[in-house]
Design a protein around this ligand. Structure first.
Ligand code: CTP
Ligand code: CA
Length: 223
């Protein structure tokens, strides 16, 4: 019975999750990307769907497929496309988790044809992308729960706390890249969950699947 209750704890809720990297085109055959595998976001999507939620998964290019029938996949490539999909899905979402590694900069003027190696030094101008999470934080209404991730290599806790505050989040998940076997590409992760009210949960190194379950336990407890 406990199992049944937990499994259906999010039934009737819409959960929006972003996952994976974004690719910013330089020309038709090249891009600027990052090493995000999408594993953390997909694990969150599977776990939320297993709890009965209606899940919308906005995913950048990854080598993964959602398995649970309760997951609606929206595939995107660039940060701009990810922003558009997240903005249109956010209003009707009860819980939103931005797990994607969104590019901070995009190519100002992508070349319409393949760039030839005609010069010795090539300069590509980049422009800042829209901060999706910060924009959602501004749009957030009472009753909506908004979570983000923070990837830091130094001054971790203070940097994560300022993201929590500045982006008007209810939760931030601090990823530790310092530890062996945590973060980009790995199947495991080590995180610290920090809530807006200051409550912290240290999650020791576990599979991303198990980390996802802890994150959704914490969120479910606040619904
Ligand atoms: N994020 C976003 N839109 C962006 C950049 C980041 O929604 N254009 C989200 C990420 O999905 C993550 C959170 O913001 O949930 C924090 O991302 P992170 O890269 O750690 O921080 P930034 O705010 O981008 O700042 P910086 O990279 O300079 O540390
Ligand atoms: Ca960033």
């Amino acid at each position: 019975r406990d199992f049944f209750l937990k499994c259906n704890h999010l039934s009737g809720k819409k959960v929006l999750i972003s996952a994976g990297p974004t690719y910013e085109l330089i020309d038709p055959v090249r891009f600027i990307g990052n090493f995000s595998s999408g594993k953390m976001g997909y694990a969150l999507a599977e776990d939320a769907a297993a709890r009965g939620a209606q899940v919308v998964l906005v995913s950048g290019p990854v080598g993964l497929k959602p398995l649970h029938p309760g997951i609606n996949l929206i595939s995107v490539t660039s940060a701009a496309q990810m922003a558009e999909a997240c903005f249109s899905e956010f209003k009707s979402s009860d819980i939103t988790i931005m797990a994607a590694a969104v590019a901070d900069y995009t190519v100002t003027d992508p070349a319409p044809v393949k760039i030839k190696k005609s010069v010795d030094k090539l300069t590509i101008e980049l422009s800042k992308t829209t901060d999706i999470l910060a924009t959602l934080g501004k749009q957030k209404q009472a009753g909506q729960f908004l979570a983000g991730f923070a990837l830091e290599t130094d001054n971790e806790k203070p940097n994560a706390l300022s993201k929590l505050k500045n982006k008007n989040l209810d939760m931030i998940v601090l990823n530790s890249l310092n530890d062996q076997g945590a973060g980009f590409g790995y199947d495991t992760n080590q995180v610290t969950i920090v809530m807006a009210d200051g409550v912290e949960t240290e999650v020791p190194l576990k599979s991303k699947k198990d980390v996802a379950a802890v994150i959704l336990d914490v969120i479910s407890a606040r619904q």
